[in-house]
Design a protein around this ligand. Structure first.
Ligand code: NAD
Length: 695
């Protein structure tokens, strides 16, 4: 009973959950509660029972570490513990402070009375892990706070403060101070006044608006959670409160919960949950590394990226000096920032006062002098090594010692850039994604000489500005764009072979990608890849051989910005319209190479594109560019519109089965004229042979 403390307070037994940090309801804690309850019930001197947790947590719910292990299903399971509380012959009062979530809230809902501190945080967040409450939450919470409020909480997983529920059947008292003292007092009152043991299950819901609310939620979920079964199942479960006898509803809730638990979607979301916690642990950086203070930031270049990058810091309350070459470009950048903030004000997510405060933190300048006292500079000028050299030598001469010098380059070598300065230890890549004020991903590129505290400082700063930071080593394109090159090569091959842009986009969007590759190309500008491929050919000293996307560029079709790319666009519209001109360019390309177009299936499209990603990911892992496969997944999930329910390209490959992936890659590699990148990576072969996955 080590996870539970048991004491007597007069005639009340006090059961305290003691499984730090958040009283995760692991097997030991569950059985501890049962034993303590039995002890209290067996003791004739005990008249009431108070169950509580710590200041920090009543209970944060299931112990995620036990998921997928035998401990998760070891008896007693949570529903049995809750049934024991609810069925106890003596009144049970839950005293709640801190977090009370998931199984923790379900446990509290099984008590006869509940007392909570006003600031306790209540939620049933299971849906965020692709699950639904599986221990009565979908049946008891609606009875406690009303069907509509519960529906909202269960389907969104949102957290609410206890104070919000004052007056509902959820809480019998709100404690301003110590919830245990308040619960003991209530226990005394219950016993002396002979108050009944109240069970939420005995409440009947009557809500004339219930059906309409359920319907509205179904419509909203159909739009926002197309690929995830859990939100819909949550709605079905809540509906049972109106239609189904309590015990039958509990059994069905549990059954659906267990089915969801093993679903690929829930496994993917659990993978993301652990991946996000792992990403901040960077090999070679001791915990507790002293960070450099970042009170002022400089941004060089106020173009597409510079303006967005600056906004991240302004919004986080950090002053920014924004430097440009020409007044006109500077004015344009400042205007872009203001316009973006105005858009947020219009949406009601920012006040005018906040907008003005953000703008006040911005110092536009044309002179490097303004950068003398900044703690971090992020360069976002043209993607040209010579221009970067000029900027970094000037920064080296200007910035104070210890200032961190970062480049937002997409492809250039960070070590070369660091070499332009006398302080390579202070240089690293901070690769934001467009639009930089919106996209969550930040690749933090560690140069050969980047100091550990520089890296640690930038990881902490990323968190402060709301980014998901992933450390990458130096290579062409870092993690994300290096893999993207393979994905796009697969796309190019598929179009050459016989697929149309529409079919490609359709197949990958049906797989779950936020946007198909041809639409992405048109949005980002096909000229960027064209320039990169030309540069690579030049660097490699080989002749440049255009692919179909380059043929589109040669015809002046750069995408949305020129009104046509893979698709054509009406003026002022972003709606892609299939274009016979594109088809002619594709046909001409095929004819030139003697390619006879063939049927390409949607399944083949998905296979080739996904396995090209996973295979390059394996090389990236092998080379130590990424520390772990889950980091690669996070790059794709947060920067490339990869569907969360698939868990990322590496997790997806693991789910498919690495031997399957290897077999397919070997098939593609054996085709006449196949690109060398289809050869399975040695790490992939090794893991497949060992029967392992990537994680
Ligand atoms: P951009 O052309 O929109 O902006 C570049 C800005 O830098 C221009 O306003 C230009 O006037 C200014 N500039 C050029 N030389 C300068 C100098 N010496 N001093 C001061 N200002 C100077 O380009 P962008 O798309 O914002 O890209 C900037 C960098 O970010 C590039 O390295 C690019 O590879 C990288 N990047 C771009 C994207 C993207 O999607 N656009 C995404 C990630 C990274």
């Amino acid at each position: 009973m080590s996870s539970v403390r048991y004491e007597l307070r007069g005639h009340t037994a006090l059961i305290t959950l003691d499984n730090p940090p958040v009283n995760g309801l692991g097997a030991a804690l569950r059985s501890g509660i049962m034993q303590a309850l039995d002890q209290a019930l067996a003791d004739a001197a005990v008249q009431a029972i108070v169950i509580t947790g710590s200041e920090r947590a009543f209970s944060g719910g299931a112990d995620v570490k036990e998921f997928g292990t035998p401990l998760a299903t070891q008896e007693p399971r949570l529903p049995a513990v809750i049934a024991a509380l609810e069925g106890a012959a003596k009144p049970v009062i839950a005293a709640i402070s801190g977090v009370c979530m998931g199984g923790g809230l379900e446990l509290a809902l099984g008590a006869h009375y509940r007392v909570a501190r006003a600031d306790a945080q209540l939620a049933l967040p299971e849906v965020k892990l692709g699950l639904m409450p599986g221990a009565g939450g979908t049946q008891r919470l609606p009875r406690a706070i009303g069907l509509q409020a519960a529906l909202e909480m269960i389907v969104t997983g949102a957290t609410a403060k206890a104070a919000k529920f004052q007056g509902s059947a959820l809480l019998d008292a709100i404690a301003e101070g110590d919830s245990v003292a308040a619960a003991l007092e209530l226990a005394h009152r219950i016993v002396t006044q002979g108050l009944p043991r109240k069970r939420l299950r005995d409440i009947t819901i009557s809500d004339p608006g219930a059906q309409a609310a359920l319907q509205a939620m179904r419509e909203s979920v159909a739009k926002t959670s197309r690929f995830l079964p859990a939100p819909g199942k949550c709605i079905d479960a809540v509906e049972m409160c109106l239609t189904t006898p309590f015990d039958e509803a509990l059994a069905r809730e549990r059954e659906t919960f267990l089915a969801l638990l093993g679903s690929p979607e829930a496994r993917a979301l659990r993978h993301i949950f652990t991946a996000e916690r792992a990403a901040s642990k960077v090999p070679g950086i001791p915990e507790g590394t002293a960070l450099r203070p970042i009170a002022r930031v400089g941004v060089i270049g106020a173009g597409t990226m510079g303006a967005g990058i600056a906004m991240n810091f302004l919004s986080a309350g950090i002053p920014v000096v924004l430097l440009e070459m020409k007044q006109e470009a500077l004015d344009r950048g400042v205007a872009t920032i203001r316009r973006n903030y105005e858009g947020t004000v219009k949406k009601g997510r920012l006040t005018n006062a906040q907008l003005e405060a953000n703008m006040e933190r911005l110092t536009p300048t044309l002179a490097y002098d303004g950068l003398r006292d900044v703690d971090l500079v992020i360069e976002a000028v043209f993607e040209n090594l010579e221009v970067k050299r000029q900027v970094f030598t000037t920064l080296d001469d200007t910035c104070k010692p210890g200032a961190i010098l970062a480049s937002n380059t997409s492809y250039l070598n960070i070590d070369s850039i660091a070499g332009f300065t006398r302080r390579p230890q202070d240089v690293l890549g901070l690769h934001f994604f467009s639009p930089a004020n919106v996209m969550r991903l930040l690749e933090v590129v560690r140069g050969a000489k980047t100091a550990p505290d520089v890296l640690a400082t930038c990881m902490a700063l990323a968190k402060k500005i709301g980014k998901m930071a992933i450390v990458s080593g130096v290579c062409d394109g870092f993690i994300g764009n290096r893999m993207l090159a393979r994905y796009n090569a697969a796309v190019a091959g598929l179009i050459a072979a016989g697929a149309s842009p529409q079919q490609l986009d359709g197949a990958l969007q049906a797989f779950g990608m936020a946007m198909g590759p041809c639409r992405v190309g048109d949005l980002a500008g096909l000229d960027i890849g064209w320039a990169t491929r030309k540069r690579r050919a030049e660097e490699a000293g080989v002749p440049f051989v255009p692919i179909i996307a380059d043929k589109l560029c040669e015809a002046g079709r750069f995408g949305q910005k020129t009104g046509a790319g893979w698709y054509r666009y009406e003026a002022g519209s972003r709606e892609p319209i299939p274009d016979p001109v594109t088809q002619q360019i594709i046909d001409a390309y095929r004819a030139e190479r003697g390619i006879v177009p063939r049927e390409v299936s949607d399944a083949e499209i998905v296979e080739r594109c996904m396995f090209a990603l996973a295979n390059e990911g394996a090389r990236i892992l092998e080379e130590g560019i990424a520390a772990r496969a889950s980091d690669i997944d996070l790059v794709y999930l947060n920067g490339y519109g990869f569907p969360r329910h698939r868990g990322g390209p590496m997790f997806n490959a693991t789910l498919v089965g690495l031997p399957e992936v290897v077999k397919a890659l070997q098939r593609f590699a054996a085709e006449p004229g196949a690109d060398a990148f289809w050869q399975p990576a040695p790490l992939l072969l090794k893991l497949a042979a060992e029967g392992k996955g990537f994680s």
